[in-house]
Design a protein around this ligand. Structure first.
Ligand SMILES: [Zn+2]
Ligand SMILES: [Zn+2]
Ligand SMILES: [Zn+2]
Length: 140
């Protein structure tokens, strides 16, 4: 689906920065705001950091982007939304990868005792070592 249609379908006005950010996110992966801004600047002449933040906020609000923030990492944005997938983060180099949710919908972990709360999400992050770091352990 084209960025223009996606934006309209989600009630957002079509603007060049919004289209550019969606195109960057569509390349796949998890991007820091700086990285997104750099790539957007490769497509548009000028766009302020604040504009990029505003666009990402709007996209996340309507569910066109997902914001994740693993401990110790800056906020990351991705286009893959709506499937409650999880992430695995390398303790050594910070590499991050998607892991499909076995259940597919939140909350995928049933609390042993919900303490009377109406629970709608379990934040699951896997931590470990990526294949590269396993193959070449840090010597320091
Ligand atoms: Zn690693
Ligand atoms: Zn992801
Ligand atoms: Zn899950």
């Amino acid at each position: 689906m084209s960025p223009e249609i996606l934006l309209r379908d989600h009630g957002l006005r079509v603007t060049r920065p919004r289209i550019a950010v969606l195109e960057v996110l569509a390349e796949g992966g998890h991007f820091e705001v700086d990285e997104i801004a750099n790539r957007v600047r490769g497509r548009l002449e000028t766009v302020s950091m604040q504009a990029v933040y505003d666009v990402l906020g709007a996209l996340a609000r309507v569910g066109l982007a997902r914001r994740i923030e693993p401990a110790g990492s800056p906020a990351l944005y991705e286009r893959r939304v709506g499937d409650n997938h999880h992430h695995v983060v390398c303790r050594s180099c910070g590499a991050i990868a998607d892991i499909d949710c076995a259940v597919g919908a939140a909350p995928c972990l049933t609390a042993s005792d919900d303490r009377g709360f109406s629970i709608d999400e379990a934040e699951v992050t896997y931590w470990g070592m990526c294949p590269e770091c396993v193959a070449t352990p840090a010597t320091s």
